[in-house]
Design a protein. Structure first.
Length: 381
């Protein structure tokens, strides 16, 4: 345990049922324990429960406290109140516009000074795609991507992508609401994917039914359309490669770990939330493609993982960590599929890579210390 506390980290989460009323309980417990060792007090709070504040600094308004929770060794999670933290770490995994609005209202009601966000979030996937596609070093690894705006855009995508289209929400979905559309002979269409509950479905419909069916499926949400990439293992299971890149104690980007995520044979995606399994990357890829191709694939993935963070920061502001997902087709071609600014880290526990699993927990606190110490230096100079 550190003898000196240099500041506090408030982890902002969306309210869920139970006690404590949030997800990622184990990760937040580990974060709290590491924080105690590094001299950072960690609190967890839901913006829906926190009052709005007048625009006065905590030093001018001692009663400006946030209601939330802290983890105490031997006692578990305890309700408490605490001053506005020096750094706020946004781990809200939104399920609705209401939750997003609650976060915006909470942050907008805080004093204008005395705190800072641990990281900004990324906008929709199309904005991320457009930013990355401007880089000549990255564009060749991006699947062509179109925005779904109705039946005409879907018809164009089916024509452009040779009768096979993959659709996904523009916002983060953890594999939910993904859809594979495949034109069949005799005017039929095969539909396969995951619904809003993350349950797998598969059905065959007549082509004239497709526009209305997709309209109901998207439910007026923003969706993207891409060619359907055949990203399957030899045994027919979908898989991808997740890298976790994080800022370290010096405020610099570093690659924390690389893991393969393999899904079930009937699924389209390999997300752990959808029942996927995490595996060591090098032996898995060597078994699939041979040692030489596996080494080349991993070198490409590591290179892209170094390139992506500064490209996104140049457009969207300071970031703290990113989960980057890559697909590999049967020819060994690497595809950059998605970038997530609120990544999970369960994959590295599942693979048994203890150094990566440990760094995945510690780096957010090391970066918090970096931010807090910079604040202290500015105050004292």
């Amino acid at each position: 345990m550190s003898s000196t506390t240099i500041g506090s980290l408030g982890v902002m989460v969306c309210r869920r049922s139970g006690f404590p009323p949030f997800a990622e309980k184990h990760y937040l417990q580990e974060l709290s324990e590491v924080g105690e060792r590094l001299g950072v007090s960690v609190f967890v709070f839901c913006p829906e429960e926190a009052p709005r504040y007048a625009v006065s600094l905590p030093s001018e308004n001692p009663s400006a406290h946030i209601r939330g929770y802290r983890y105490a060794s031997g006692q578990g999670w305890i309700s408490c109140s605490f001053p506005i933290p020096g750094v706020i770490y946004d781990r809200c995994l939104y399920r609705s516009a209401r939750e997003s609005a609650a976060v915006a209202a909470f942050l907008g009601g805080l004093p204008k000074a005395g705190w800072r966000l641990w990281s900004r979030g990324l906008p929709g996937k199309l904005s991320v795609y457009n930013t990355l596609s401007r880089s000549p070093d990255v564009i060749d690894f991006l699947p062509p991507t179109l925005s779904y705006t109705g039946s005409k855009s879907l018809s164009r995508a089916l024509a452009t992508f040779h009768g096979e289209v993959f659709m996904k929400p523009s916002g983060g979905s953890q594999g939910r609401r993904t859809l594979y559309i495949s034109l069949r002979d005799q005017g039929s269409v095969r539909l396969q994917g995951r619904d809003r509950s993350n349950d797998i479905f598969s059905r065959l419909i007549a082509l004239p039914e497709l526009p209305e069916w997709v309209s109901r499926f998207t439910a007026k949400r923003r969706f993207l359309m891409q060619p359907f990439l055949h990203l399957y293992s030899r045994s027919g299971n979908p898989f991808d490669v997740r890298t976790l890149v994080q800022k370290n104690a010096k405020g610099l980007w570093s690659l924390t770990g690389v893991a393969v995520r393999e899904g079930a044979g009937l699924g389209l995606t390999s997300n752990l939330h959808g029942g996927g399994t995490a595996l060591l990357a090098q032996p898995y890829l060597a078994a699939e493609f041979g040692a030489e191709t596996a080494a080349s694939v991993l070198a490409t993935i590591r290179r892209l993982s170094r390139l992506v963070p500064p490209l996104l920061e140049s457009s969207f502001g300071r970031l703290g960590e990113l989960g980057i997902d890559f697909g590999i087709d049967r020819e060994g071609k690497v595809w950059l599929l998605e970038v997530n600014s609120k990544p999970g880290r369960e994959a590295f526990k599942q693979t048994g890579e203890q150094p990566a699993a440990t760094k995945a927990i510690e780096n957010p606190l090391h970066y918090t210390r970096y931010l807090l110490l910079r604040q202290l230096r500015r105050v004292n100079t």
